[in-house]
Write a protein of this length. Structure first.
Lengths: 229, 43
């Protein structure tokens, strides 16, 4: 099977992405100054926020693949978009769980609790549960023709949770800090910190994209084997 | 140890590194198995 040639399918991509990730983490851990209020522990922001955006990006891809599956009339192309859905969910679940874990680790020294039923945390946990349910549903159904409609509809329902997570700090009174990057009146974060945060964010999203495409290609090959066998 | 910020930073970055590395390793292993299977089928 021939794979479309782009940066993410090139052999240099993983090396470039790992190098960029290490540079971002080095700057975050050793170079940038500590925060005035939180001190050193705030350095987790350069990991926690990029992981959350990578999870959101995976769900965005899930939404795109779900809509394309529903609109696609060609059955072979529909099974390809279904494979895309599954890869996005698998990677998205891993990034969501890491977002919850790093958030919990950051919460202990700042809020003095590992977990609280805060709106942001609860809606993110709901996302993880929904992604897990998607995988359960996908594996319960045997054939791609059975999976197409329920999985695509669940994919769209899961995507609705992302704006809810994002707006949860505005809609409910929460312990979680309010939006700092994308907010009315401009970012409230120091420019030096903001640039490094955006750099780490783009690198993590690119890593998520690479892993999803890598996984998708493997699932495509497996699907081809199943068809020919 | 629990009052030291380095503990939490190390825990967060370490956990992420281990999880992402494990996930990628599983995917790479599966890709190799698939390619081997494809080659066997071609023979």
């Amino acid at each position: 099977m021939i794979q479309k040639r782009n940066f993410f399918t090139s052999k240099a991509a993983p090396l470039v992405l790992i190098a960029l990730l290490l540079v971002g983490w080095f700057l975050a851990l050793f170079i940038i100054s500590p925060d005035r209020n939180q001190g050193e522990v705030y350095r987790i922001i350069y990991l926690h926020v990029p992981l959350a955006f990578a999870a959101f990006f995976s769900v965005l891809l899930l939404l795109i693949y779900s809509v394309r599956t529903l609109l696609q009339k060609d059955i072979s192309k529909r099974s390809l978009t279904l494979i895309g859905q599954k890869s996005a969910v698998e990677v998205g679940l891993a990034f969501t769980l890491l977002t919850l874990a790093t958030g919990s680790i950051w919460a202990k020294p700042t809020w003095n609790v590992w977990w609280t039923w805060d709106a942001r945390l609860t809606t993110t946990l709901l996302l993880a549960i929904l992604l897990f349910c998607y995988l359960a549903l996908y594996n319960t159904l045997n054939h791609s023709s059975q999976r197409m409609l329920p999985c695509s509809l669940l994919g769209i329902v899961i995507a609705i949770d992302v704006p809810v997570i994002y707006q949860s700090v505005n809609w409910w009174r929460t312990l979680h800090q309010p939006q700092t990057i994308l907010r009315r009146g401009g970012s409230s974060i120091d420019p030096q910190m903001l640039y490094l945060l955006l750099f780490n964010l783009f690198v993590m999203v690119a890593i998520a994209c690479y892993i999803i495409l890598y996984r998708k290609h493997n699932l495509k090959l497996l699907d081809e084997i199943e068809r020919t066998a | 140890m629990m009052s030291d910020p380095s503990f939490y930073i190390l825990l967060a970055y370490g956990l992420t590194t281990i999880t992402l590395t494990t996930m990628v390793a599983i995917f790479v292993k599966q890709r190799r198995q698939t390619q081997r299977l494809l080659e066997e089928l071609k023979k």
